[in-house]
Design a protein around this ligand. Structure first.
Ligand code: FAD
Length: 387
């Protein structure tokens, strides 16, 4: 009998350091003990499990790659493993950590002033504050240059007007990084909860990421002092730098959802007897399981290589795009097929695949749709911008 791990056929785990394995194991334990018992109910009731935020902070999962202001100073492979294990629980938790870590804390660290970092990074690391990243507007997320949110000078302050859609953590956030145009160029501002003219409305009836808060954030004459403008954020390329950080985590995270689905399908097919034998002893089922393992394994090796490159000094946007596109697409295929392999029971929340399948539809759309990542890779190959 084979001793290979069906969820890690090429023994990727042996390529991890002891520290990386420790990170993976501690997040895996947290997911098994504290996420999986409640996440189906959270999904059903459209509730973000805010009670887990202090636990995420205790585990050092917010801003884990930063090494100042109380952050854990882990490498990028560890960050990837964190995302993968969290998303094995549910994409909503990984989304919360991605936004907090990659889109808010990384953005502050990279483009913020010392005063802004000192004010926010410790609270964000401790989970006593949540952040959101407000870039997308209703008329087109793929082309943020079309944004109509404006920031205008009013004496020493800025006056912000506009409306942002589909903002993760939007109704929970203590601080929002809001992108708006200043003289035709994108700039970023810290807008604090309670600012006059700031309103957020949770988007209801989502069929995906139901355990994540997604909101419309509107700004009407919101007055922001100059000290809240991120001095280093210059144009959309700064926003894209943050998006690339988040896309890196998603390339790993989606694999966690895929693993959960394959695990459920393997358990189901070994128990379920049809036509006098377990489903696992039929060629068609084995072919589908093998296909899922093929997609998962190639995604795992791609993610690890991406992580090692990033830890060694950096990755090109096209390398991140290819991994986000490949791994989310693979995870969606796996989730859909495993949902079907579970038959009727696969459409319930008693089993993970349908929940992951629905979540992954959002994961495929946000942080650049598949089309956008194809175009980024195409541009890298040809030198031609075809957006
Ligand atoms: C649950 C959820 C959470 C989100 N969280 C955040 C957040 O925290 N902050 C934030 O700023 N945004 C967030 N978003 C928004 C997300 O980034 C956008 O939805 C995404 O960028 C796509 O934009 P869109 O929905 O406007 O689709 P569109 O840009 O309108 O795209 C529609 C379709 O057109 C295709 N398309 C676009 N351009 C081209 C082209 N040139 N050629 C071919 N096809 C093309 C796309 O691939 C897609 O299939 C979130 C979205 C969701 C669903």
């Amino acid at each position: 009998m084979s001793t290979l791990d069906p969820l890690d056929l090429y023994d990727r785990r042996s390529l991890l350091s002891d520290d990386e394995r420790l990170v993976q194991d501690s997040v895996a334990r947290f997911v098994d003990e504290e996420v999986l018992p409640i996440i189906g109910d959270c999904f059903a009731s459209e509730r973000f499990p805010a009670e887990l935020v202090p636990r995420l902070a205790d585990l050092g999962l917010f801003g884990a790659t930063l090494s100042t202001h109380g952050c854990a100073g882990l490498n990028y492979v560890s960050y990837g493993l964190i995302c993968e294990e969290l998303e094995r629980g549910d994409s909503s938790l990984r989304s919360c950590v991605s936004v907090q870590s990659s889109l808010v804390m990384h953005c502050l660290e990279r483009f913020g002033s010392d005063e802004q970092k000192d004010r926010w990074l410790p609270d964000l690391a401790r989970g006593t504050a949540l952040g959101c990243f407000a870039l997308t507007e209703a008329h087109g997320g793929s082309d943020p240059a079309r944004m109509t949110t404006r920031a205008e000078r009013r004496g020493g302050d800025w006056l912000l007007n506009g409306e942002k859609h589909w903002i993760t953590n939007g109704a929970l956030a203590d601080v929002a990084i809001v992108w708006g145009m200043v003289d035709g160029r994108a700039a970023a501002f810290l807008v604090e909860r309670g600012a006059a003219g700031l309103e957020s409305r949770t988007i209801r009836n989502k069929l995906s990421l139901r355990a994540s808060n997604t909101a419309v954030v509107s700004l009407t004459d919101v007055r922001v002092p100059e000290r809240n403008r991120l001095p280093g954020a210059e144009g959309l390329k700064s926003a894209l730098t943050c998006l690339n950080q988040a896309r890196f985590g998603i390339a790993w995270g989606a694999l966690g959802a895929a693993r959960a689905c394959l695990e459920a399908a393997l358990a189901h097919t070994s128990d379920r007897v049809m036509f006098g034998r377990p489903l696992s002893r039929t060629q068609l089922i084995q072919s589908r399981l093998a296909d899922a393992a093929r997609r998962l394994t190639t995604g795992q090796l791609l993610a690890l290589r991406l992580g090692r490159l990033k830890d060694a000094g950096g990755v090109a946007p096209a390398q991140v795009s290819l991994a986000k596109w490949n791994n989310v697409s693979a995870a969606l295929d796996i989730a859909r097929d495993c949902r079907d392999i579970l038959g009727a029971s696969g459409i319930t929340l008693d089993h993970a695949p349908a929940r992951h399948m629905l979540n992954l539809e959002s994961v495929s759309t946000y942080e650049g749709t598949e089309a956008i990542h194809r175009l980024i890779v195409g541009r890298e190959l040809t030198g031609e911008d075809a957006f």
